[in-house]
Ligand binder design. Sequence first.
Ligand code: NDP
Length: 480
Amino acid sequence: MDICKDLIGGQWVGASDHGSFETRDPAHVDAVLATFPSATAADAERAVAAAAEAFPGWAATPAPARGAILFRAAELVDERFEEIATTLTREEGKTLAEARGEVTRARDILRYYAGEGWRRAGEVLPANAPSAMLFSKREPLGVVAVITPWNFPIAIPAWKIAPALAYGNAVVFKPASATPLTALKLVECLQDAGLPAGVLNFVTGSGAAVGETLAASPFVGGLTFTGSHGTGAGIYRKATEHFARVHLEMGGKNPTIILDDAELGLAVKLAVMGGFGLTGQSCTATSRVIVEDGIADRFAAALAEAAAALRVGDGLDEGVQMGPAVSADQLATDLDYIAIGKKDGAELLAGGGRAGAGGHFLQPTVFDHVDAGSRLAQDEIFGPVVGIVRARDLDDAIAKANSVGYGLAASVVTDDLRRALTFVDRIEAGVVKVNEPTTGLALQAPFGGFKLSSANTFKEQGPSAIEFYTRTKTVYVTYG
Ligand code: NDP
């Protein structure tokens, strides 16, 4: 068991009188992985103060030099690749193959934003007079607070922290309490790469103590959050009270629409990847499959067979295709929704129960004939539970897909270009795919949801990040 520390102002700080909390392996619930300090509101305030003190020096550091530190951090992630991936599987539960994919993503994000140190930082505009210059320059916001969920414990912190640092901000990072050990490894790589003291601070503890303090702090210039809608809404209210810039990415209820002409094997493969990959614990997971009547019976039977064939177990074991739920609470939520589905009259085709002892294992679960307005089809579950909703035609499918509060990701399976592009035009989602699973993102592309899936302020990743992590200063110069 690791006894871990927080990082405040360049100092590693252990648990105070306020104690510590444990993290556990969801595949072996008796195994304690690590303990972390239960930081208090005062600790969070100290971290903000340390970041504010470090900020001017970091902002004045040439951008290529900041980028060089991110490049070095990427190298360190590579050197520790297997250790980090194994930790991720042991802490969050996803399979080792999925964990390796996530660590690769984090490393590549560090490289991408390292390169930003050499890219655009403003714009030159035509001046209105001779011997005059007019230009805009990008400046960092100051202290940026980063609050992240447990389901991508290294990739999401990387895609927030890397651009924040690349553009010259100082960061206070609060990881999810279920997965701080994987997050710590990213912080160690960044710190060991040569970040000056105070530029990156790492504060573990509850959302109520640490998270709310960051949201309420008048010294935080920007706050970026990924997590559930309820938490995000509370943070938004607190942070905008003092006019901090706020970016929120929240839940999803993502549909894959399968049209009559779809190749059955491809349709099933994409539904399995999107619905059961990452144990369904992805914000972009496919939790609704909306199927045109002509193919629905064949698709439902084939999806049920594929779900039943998946091997569930410890993500570190060879051949395991789906890991456990992250926690007892998440498993209980999944089982609650299975009970709700049965009660509401949906037809259980596969799974529906626990899948073994010792860990939070659940069978991949498929329901058919799910009513588009029922809770199974409307609420985010965040587990391996897929509901098949039947549709008369494309119009009916799109109407049902758009009938939820969320609007994060959506996909369609068809070879009919006209119908595919009609779907692209009319679907209400921030990420839209054709013949792909709803999950899986390219780090160089903007990411973010519509409707209740985001604050509808900023996108993140790729070239979009600069919009959130910098502000624009307009400069007029006359020299004639
Ligand atoms: P939560 O909203 O429960 O927690 C997210 C983060 O917020 C955690 O670090 C948590 O801390 C912290 N937090 C909790 N309460 C507060 C508070 N009052 N003030 C400030 N911070 C607080 O989400 P989960 O971690 O359970 O993650 C699952 C959710 O994340 C799902 O809804 C999923 O859809 C969403 N998500 C969205 C993504 C997207 O890009 N749209 C991507 C991935 C996930 P602590 O852990 O200590 O409680």
